[in-house]
Design a protein around this ligand. Structure first.
Ligand SMILES: Cc1cc2nc3c(=O)[nH]c(=O)nc-3n(C[C@H](O)[C@H](O)[C@H](O)COP(=O)(O)OP(=O)(O)OC[C@H]3O[C@@H](n4cnc5c(N)ncnc54)[C@H](O)[C@@H]3O)c2cc1C
Length: 391
């Protein structure tokens, strides 16, 4: 039976970030294998992501994860160049703008205090300031907006994942196209992974970065991971309207839109009662017709005239406890590390989480960011660490 020191199950953004940071970690001397069931990557969240990055969270640790994400994107060549070839991750540092009506004023202000304490470059704008900055925006119902002035924006998620993967391989990580059907557990340890062809790979440590496949993998090792697939539809549209300096806009309703190429993308979460666990990829067109278009046209009247060119659906790996990542080992199994339940913010967190996983493997603890708050303890004690700013 083949044996590796670290086996990573799921080789998209987070798995590849873990592989890259491990392979580049001088204190780590072992072998790394990434098992990925689909090298086309066409159905994973990474490939279907809205791929945006913000520092405007309500949880300090989420802010810190994204702050490192921005640094990583800005200096991508320092990390991921291979033989001088720097991957194009398409980082647009054009900001997030959270808009608030009276009902959301207090939350916006409370988040602002948390963000300022974390040195986030963010400004609260009055409706008048919003109107001046964005003449195309309808602000009559607003009391404030919170604008990220640097570090926030969007990226090419697929480009980042390919860059991480290529560099990890260049540094010696091995990628194999294979589906893991079960983890073989003996007492407090995982000893091997069983693949769909019936073969097994023995391992020192396993990292579960299987996205929406993570819960099934955990279950095979006797662990209940509270992560479910939740469908999110994204619509790409073009318009002749000019929305100058348009950032990623988060409407008070929860709907978002931002520039993408020659047009825009937009989306909104379905109402909780219409948001069951779901694995199909059927786009929820009614969300566009009944929610998004009216909301966008009310916020930016010029968007009355638009044309949807393309749409797709992907899945959040939703942590049903508190919408935050579950990171690190379960107390019952020493050598199985989790990085699951990103609930819609895993792209921006992938560099920092990959680094954190490499620290857990190499040193048995965190060395840069203290991310213990994201550990299993809160899950097992049913003490949620709620992230308020989920988009
Ligand atoms: C529509 C949408 C919009 C989003 N917008 C944003 C955003 O704006 N900003 C942001 O930061 N995040 C966003 N996200 C979330 C983000 O894309 C994800 O959190 C992130 O991509 C998760 O990466 P991952 O590597 O953990 O999981 P995935 O990308 O899902 O990858 C998991 C991989 O594991 C593989 N796998 C699963 N099971 C097995 C198995 N048993 N054996 C082998 N391989 C397996 C899968 O094939 C897959 O490639 C969005 C997601 C969606 C769907």
């Amino acid at each position: 039976m083949q044996k590796v020191d670290v086996l990573i199950v799921g080789g998209a953004a987070v798995g590849s970030a873990a592989a890259y940071f491990l392979a580049s970690q001088s204190d780590f001397k072992g072998s790394v294998m990434v098992l990925e069931q689909d090298f086309s990557y066409e159905k994973c969240a990474t490939a279907l992501s809205a791929a945006s990055i913000r520092h405007q969270f309500s949880t300090p640790q989420n802010i810190q994860l994204s702050q490192f994400g921005s640094q990583f994107l800005k200096h991508i060549g320092d990390y991921l160049a291979v033989d001088g070839d720097v991957p194009d991750v398409g980082f647009h540092e054009d900001g997030y703008l959270f808009l608030a009506t009276e009902a959301g004023r207090e939350v916006l202000q409370s988040n602002h205090r948390i963000q300022k304490a974390q040195n986030v470059d963010v400004a609260l704008l009055t409706p008048e300031e919003l109107r001046t900055r964005y003449p195309w925006m309808q602000v009559d119902d607003l009391v404030a907006g919170s604008l990220g002035l640097s570090g926030e924006g969007w990226m090419d998620a697929y480009g980042l994942m390919r860059g991480l993967r290529r560099k990890a391989m260049a540094l010696g990580a091995q990628y194999k196209e294979a589906r893991v059907t079960a983890l073989q557990r003996e007492g407090h340890r995982i000893v091997a992974a069983t693949l769909s062809d019936g073969s097994s790979v023995a391992c020192g440590t396993v990292i579960n970065t299987a996205g929406t496949g993570a819960a099934a993998l955990a279950r095979s090792a006797g662990i209940a991971l509270p992560v479910e697939a939740r469908k999110r539809s994204v619509f790409y549209f073009t318009t002749s309207a000019q929305l100058d300096n348009c950032p990623m806009v988060i409407d008070p309703s929860g709907a978002y839109f931002r520039p993408e190429g020659k047009g825009f993308i937009c989306g909104v979460a379905p109402a909780p009662e219409d948001d069951p666990e779901c694995y199909d990829f059927d786009v929820q067109h009614t969300l566009f017709d009944e929610v998004l278009w009216p909301t966008l046209a009310a916020r930016a009247p010029a968007l009355e005239a638009l044309r949807v060119q393309r749409s797709w659906a992907g899945h959040y790996d939703m942590n049903t406890l508190d919408h935050n990542v579950i990171l690190g080992a379960h107390p019952e199994v020493d050598n199985l590390l989790f990085a699951n339940g990103f609930s819609g913010h895993g792209m921006q967190q992938s560099p920092a989480v990959g680094r954190a996983l490499s620290e857990l493997v190499t040193y048995g603890g965190y060395r840069t960011l203290d991310l213990q708050a994201f550990g299993w303890e809160r899950v097992l004690k049913n003490q949620p660490l709620y992230e308020i700013n989920v988009v």
